[in-house]
Design a binder for this molecule. Structure first.
Ligand code: ZN
Length: 279
């Protein structure tokens, strides 16, 4: 099943790809707000498995907002693909490296993004959405706490990131529009737990291509680690790290420019596309 956000209302689609408005299809049982569904995830899954959703409508991706618009916590992983760590000249971490993106950076799948400066870079990522409060969850249990997954971009201002003696990840990756997600959430039962191809294409040229199976720490290991420290809440997001091929480590480096088009795609989910413009 797929969940999307159309102008602040939650849409649901089965495998035919035609969406229905959940509040209308459920005759008011569920609220229109796309964020609130994660507080009632079990109830929603049980209802949707037996519900006849009715005749849906195809929906253009351009009209969609972020599937999860107001998470209480947004976790993100640094250096979670060994080839990406290597291109940055560091060893792959032995403990997950976790930071936050602030929720105001979230945007829909077709967002146009203002470039804050000349060193803005791309990072295609699998984004996990939490469906149940998770605290001290083992990696063996972790997928049961996941509602679904999305494609995301962890867009990064490298100059801000490198502006002090320690990396300033959280602010550098939280300018408005720096967290596009979508195009929809694909539920865990539909996505499965297997590896998926992930790629990023800049102006038609492939720049990142990997498998989510290349992660240093898998989705279950990430959830187990974070939840061993802080409770993860329904509707929280986890940006799970990016493969090699970002712009900053190219020779010469490449950064996003006015008019650039960036497409990020993950198998079994879909694609998001950003255009960039100067202030
Ligand atoms: Zn990242």
């Amino acid at each position: 099943m797929r969940l999307a956000n159309l102008r602040g209302r939650l849409l649901v689609a089965g495998r035919d790809g035609r969406f229905v408005d959940l509040a209308l299809a459920s005759e008011g049982r569920f609220e229109p707000d796309p964020q609130r569904i994660y507080g009632r995830w079990d109830e929603f899954v049980a209802w949707s498995s037996g519900a006849a959703l009715g005749e849906g409508q195809p929906v253009g991706v351009e009209a969609l907002g972020p599937p999860v618009p107001r998470p209480r916590q947004v976790f993100a992983l640094a250096l979670n693909y060994s080839e990406h760590a290597a291109e940055g000249g560091v060893d792959a971490p032995t403990v997950p490296q976790v930071f936050t993106k602030f929720a105001t950076c979230l945007a829909g799948p077709s967002a146009s993004v203002t470039l804050p400066g000349p060193f803005t870079d791309w990072e295609a990522e699998l984004v996990v959405v939490i469906g149940h409060r998770a605290h001290h969850v083992t990696s063996g249990q972790a997928w049961e706490y996941v509602a679904g997954v999305m494609v995301g971009q962890d867009i990064s201002a490298r100059d801000v990131q490198r502006s002090g003696p320690t990396p300033q990840f959280s602010l550098a990756k939280s300018f408005p529009g720096f967290g596009p997600t979508g195009p929809w959430l694909v539920t865990r039962d539909e996505f499965g737990e297997g590896d998926a191809e992930i790629e990023c294409v800049l102006n038609g040229t492939p720049v990142q291509h990997a498998s989510t199976g290349d992660m240093v720490f898998s989705v279950p290991e990430i959830v187990a680690y974070i939840s061993s420290i802080t409770p993860m809440l329904p509707g929280d997001l986890v940006f799970t790290g990016t493969p090699s091929g970002v712009g900053a480590y190219r020779k010469p480096p490449v950064f996003l420019r006015d008019g650039d088009v960036l497409v990020s795609r993950i198998a079994r989910i879909g694609a998001i596309s950003q255009t960039f413009h100067d202030r």
